[in-house]
Design a protein around this ligand. Sequence first.
Ligand code: PEP
Ligand code: MG
Length: 578
Amino acid sequence: MKIYHGKSVSQGIAVGNAFIVNHNEKPIIPKIKITKEEKVHSWARFETALSDVTEYYKTLKEGSNKEQSDIIDTYLMMLSDATFITQIKEEFDNSKYNLEFCVKQCTDDMASHMRSYGDSYFADRANDIEDVFGRVILSLLGKTSENLDDISENSIVFAENLSTSEAMTLFKNHVQGIVLKEGGVSSHISIIARTYGIPALVGVENPCEIVDNGNPIVLDAIKSIIVINPDKMTLFDYSKKVEELKNKQIELDKYRTKKGQTKDGTTIRIYANISSLEEAEIAKQEGADGIGLFRTEFLFMNNEESVKMATENEQFKVYSEVLKLMEEKPVTIRTLDCGGDKITSFNEILTSEEKNPLLGCRAIRFCLKRPDIFKTQLRALYRASVNGNLKILLPMVTNFSQVTQTRNLIKEIQAELDAENLPYNKDVKLGIMIETPCAAIMADDLSRTCDFFSIGSNDLTQYLIAVDRENTTVSDLYSELNPSVLRTIAWVSWVAKTTKTPISVCGEMASRTEMIKYLLTFGIRDLSVSPRSISSIKEMLANCTISELSELESNCLINKTIVKPAYEMLKKIDKTGK
Ligand code: PEP
Ligand code: MG
């Protein structure tokens, strides 16, 4: 029995057998001279391979969601692209070499031509064409791509990394877990794994070498460990745990259709945090009251986490789809939160190198320095606003002027849309993230410039305690239950109440049942959480009463701080209208 460690990007426990997807074992494509007669037969083989791969993608499309289905449609278009197929035919007719070699040459030429534009859109299409025609070549060679279609349901996949289409095949075949070398919490594969509730670890060194195909595996993505060849006792314990988790989930599923409500009848609205249309679909299935945080960073990322400049139309399409999907329910879309620990490759287009990116030109600071990027996003948002109940949220706000500058840009956009006769909703609410100590302390002033607050407890904790939320060496210091964090949240909620500013909490704290009671004590009634935790939160609420929570307030030492007197003062100001 051997134990390895990784980083959990999707929680859960899985017991199964290792299935290795080793991309390093690339097929050798032979280069052989062939005769004219052989050529005739070869072309028929090419047509069969094309139709086999087309069939493969059509099957993959069945039961896939809108986003996946769009990707597959692109692949199918490539497979039926008459110009490219003619190009391959001409190359083959004029060449002395075998078909596999000619297809590979044409694919490589086309991919490098696309990459030469230096545009991320074409770079993505170059990857797609390699993916799609790579399958055609494998089919010509009599191999299937990594045999992912034959994967059995109890598999735990070990790979350096996985492409989007590979991930889709795996999730469709109900794999139990994923162990990867590459990827981070925000990488595409991690997001898809969380969405589907599949336990996943990343950051595991040489994943394809530490196991053999078929080895019994325990993947504990709660403790972030993999046990290879577990002994009988370990296997027995974990099989029991998996069973318990399954039964618990069945019990929780009944909450999907119920409202969030405490035992004594207080309604708590539970919205979802999402990063894609796919996650919005899951949020809807899980019974979310709307979307409380749409992190749009993901639209600006390639699979490899490099920057991709999402066009206005690309963004408009995604925002509109999410708004339509959620119908009349609110959808809060946050503008680009880049820099800091997120898509750091945005630094490449920043004016200068940053020594301390977490305190640097991230989020709203970056957007105001790059109005071209910011205006493109705001235009896409305003155009999409006619498709549902949109709210716009600004990240990392630290002063009044950032909000007024944004409002001025919005006015410009509205004038442009008027001139272009494009419809938009004139009453889109504009909110701010309260995720810096400065915004929290100045919440009373800032409330005058925005329509709502959303507390980002992740960054608020990081900046209040001065502890990097990604740095495992100091992670023991990182806690939302630190009194400084609790007092700050209490203060902001009191300001919100006094100034009648709608408020919600969208940091991880809101997804954790042991922490929610503090938020309720402070008067928070709107939570935005990861979609898969909605049912367990509703269950927790159904078992607690608001009245029994009041003791927590004094436990947080609020009475002994300046918070309460300041709150009293605010109430007076409010009454006298000063
Ligand atoms: C937060 O900081 O709490 C938050 C929700 O934003 P993010 O995690 O995307 O930084
Ligand atoms: Mg944040």
